[in-house]
Design a protein. Structure first.
Length: 100
């Protein structure tokens, strides 16, 4: 799955309106570069093979003590970014990789 994500992202990244809305919230302000770094260098922590939007996954990435999660779906010609957010500590394990 990781190789599919990288291959798709290297072609084009499509940000769905929901992702843009979530990324631009004042309490998040997640840049497109952060999302790109996450999908290229992050770790897949959940896979959703039966997602209605097609096979997708949740990617974890941290840089400079800022943790982000990105839900993405690789397609043949592009990578769809479904959403991106800063995980809430009470919903995740201390390393933000396992749901509570």
């Amino acid at each position: 799955m990781k190789q599919k994500i990288i291959s798709s992202a290297n072609k084009k990244i499509l940000f769905l309106p929901h992702a843009v809305k979530q990324m631009s919230r004042p309490d998040r302000m997640i840049s497109t570069k952060e999302v790109r770094d996450a999908v290229l260098f992050g770790e897949i922590i959940e896979e959703y093979p039966d997602d209605q939007r097609g096979q997708s996954c949740l990617v974890f990435h941290t840089k400079e003590n800022r943790v982000i999660h990105v839900v993405c779906a690789p397609k043949t010609e592009y990578l769809t970014i479904i959403t991106a957010y800063l995980p809430v500590p009470d919903q995740w394990s201390s390393d933000f990789k396992v749901r509570r």
